[in-house]
Design a protein around this ligand. Structure first.
Ligand code: TYD
Length: 201
């Protein structure tokens, strides 16, 4: 038996994290074992790298390499073993975020990310990716009220516009895997959309 790998993506402030506990409950109610994890992070070493990634300034390619270093550890210690056990893995972000942030927003060539993706992931790919999409102004307004923003959350509208476009482009290029959710709707409606998608897996 193999589990399923579900990822959540979206700009900072798109509200994806709000839905994690609900998704876990739905899957558990269906009798699945579920683990919830996140990137960057997900392991002890990954969480240390997360601290550096979110708070230290560095070259975008250094950032990309560290994201994939954390990801290598995450796959080896958490994601692959869980999938082999038949567990559902829910990850708050994965490689689509590297394409959106480091490639789309910071200009790292996609070809370099593809190389790392092949090296680090081999055949590990999400089965389904929920992309929480909101207009850039909405994301920025939500972030304006966030406490102690990290370095990504302090970026400007142009940066977020590039992220949004990169994510939507990923969704267009991978239609079988992506489900784009209009996260600008009232919370109950967004919750319902998420439930429908999870129940349909
Ligand atoms: P996020 O997932 O939004 O966590 P929180 O809700 O606690 O702020 O923060 C992670 C940040 O890391 C986010 O701004 C996007 C960034 N990131 C990348 O730039 N590249 C990546 O590959 C990943 C996984 C995340």
């Amino acid at each position: 038996m193999t589990g399923r790998f579900i990822t959540l993506e979206g700009m900072d402030g798109a509200g994806k994290s709000t839905h994690i506990s609900n998704i876990i409950q739905i899957l558990q109610a269906q009798g699945h074992e579920v683990i919830s994890t996140r990137e960057p992070g997900g392991t002890a070493l990954g969480e240390k790298l997360r601290e550096l990634l979110l708070h230290e300034n560095m070259h975008p390619e250094t950032e990309t390499l560290l994201m994939f270093a954390a990801r290598r550890e995450h796959i080896d210690r958490v994601i692959s073993p869980a999938l082999v056990r038949g567990t559902y893995v829910l990850s708050d972000r994965f490689t689509d975020a590297t394409y959106a942030y480091q490639c789309g927003a910071k200009g790292v060539p996609a070809s370099k990310i593809q190389l790392l993706e092949q090296w680090v992931q081999s055949d590990i790919q999400p089965d389904i990716t929920l992309l929480f999409d909101v207009p850039v102004e909405v994301s920025l307004n939500r972030l304006a009220t966030a406490r102690s923003p990290d370095k990504f959350e302090r970026e400007n509208a142009e940066f977020f516009t590039r992220i949004r476009h990169a994510y939507l482009q990923r969704a267009i290029e991978n239609p079988a895997r992506f489900r784009v959710i209009d996260a600008n709707k009232p919370l109950e409606e967004v919750k319902k959309s998420v439930e429908d998608i999870i129940l349909s897996i």
